[in-house]
Design a protein around this ligand. Structure first.
Ligand SMILES: O=C(O)c1cccc(O)c1O
Ligand SMILES: [Fe+2]
Length: 283
């Protein structure tokens, strides 16, 4: 079994790094950790980076997940190869770019690009953004799935994720005590469906609602409250159509051994208990 510890980063190709930087800093509220002509590394918490935009096609979207150590990484590679997921080993220069000691890359059953990383760097300097969005950290992702039941089996049986709740057939899965780190989202092809950052308070969610509306950032869902995790949320659209979510108050699963996933109906009130409607169902 591959034991994921946490999500580490998202990597997004973009044709316009400048536009990505202006969104990331003046709308989303991330801090530039490093900028080159080809890539932009952004911080949201004490990690060296949690989001990277690089010159590339926006359909290139990759998620990194942390695992414990190099031994676990080589057994993960063996496991993946044995069930038909070819693995590539990250080169030294690719590791240096990601600020990790080692990583492997593979595709999940829907074709999503996944990297498993060892020892992602943290910094002694704290995260200090230019816009105060109240971000406390990169927390979870929505991941496209062309077959949610098959992909739930992959993430739970191969990668040790546990289902916290389901909305219809959509699993919200945890890899640690946090309610979910990966939410599967039915889609026609692979991709990251949304990228979540936690913020400190309800005030931050609503402050951002007004700030982003004024900046003409498309708000796509919320402000609202998820009955599943209990979080108050806001979703909005960034460069290349990527959806970002702020949320606050995501539950923790108190007892790993006894938690049973709850089944919610596939309907709008399962996504927002206040009545906000998503512009796309299943967001
Ligand atoms: O937080 C949640 O429970 C949640 C539910 C549905 C979809 C999401 O993106 C979520 O974050
Ligand atoms: Fe979410």
């Amino acid at each position: 079994m591959i034991e994921l510890k946490d999500v580490a980063y998202a990597r997004l190709g973009t044709p316009d790094l400048e536009d990505a930087e202006s969104f990331a800093t003046s709308c989303l509220g991330l801090q530039v950790a490093k900028r080159s002509g080809k890539a932009l590394h952004l911080r949201s918490d004490n990690r060296a980076h949690t989001l990277c935009y690089y010159n590339g096609d926006p359909s290139e979207q990759t998620l990194g997940f942390e695992i414990a150590d190099k031994d676990k990484l080589s057994s993960a590679a063996t496991t993946l190869e044995s069930i038909g997921h070819p693995v590539h080993v990250g080169t030294d220069s690719d590791c240096a770019v990601r600020k990790v000691k080692a990583f492997i890359g593979f595709k999940d059953p829907s074709g999503n690009s996944i990297e498993l990383v060892v020892r992602p760097e943290r910094l002694g300097r704290r995260y200090f953004p230019t816009r105060d969005a109240g971000i406390t950290g990169f927390s979870h992702v929505g991941l496209n799935s062309t077959n949610p039941r098959r992909d739930e089996a992959f993430w739970t049986k191969v990668c040790n994720a546990r289902v916290s709740d389901r909305i219809g057939d959509i699993a919200l899965m945890r890899v640690n005590a946090i309610h979910h780190t990966v939410a599967l989202a039915p889609a026609a092809g692979p991709g990251i469906q949304h990228i979540n950052h936690q913020v400190q308070s309800n005030d931050d969610v609503l402050r951002s609602y007004y700030h982003l509306s004024e900046q003409r950032v498309p708000i796509v869902f919320g402000p609202g409250r998820h009955p599943t995790s209990g979080a108050r949320f806001l979703y909005f659209k960034g460069p290349d159509g990527m959806v970002f979510e702020y949320s606050v108050g995501v539950d923790e699963i108190e007892d790993e051994a006894t938690h049973r996933p709850r089944q919610f109906g596939f309907e709008p009130s399962s996504l927002c208990m206040w009545g906000s409607k998503s512009q796309r169902m299943a967001r």
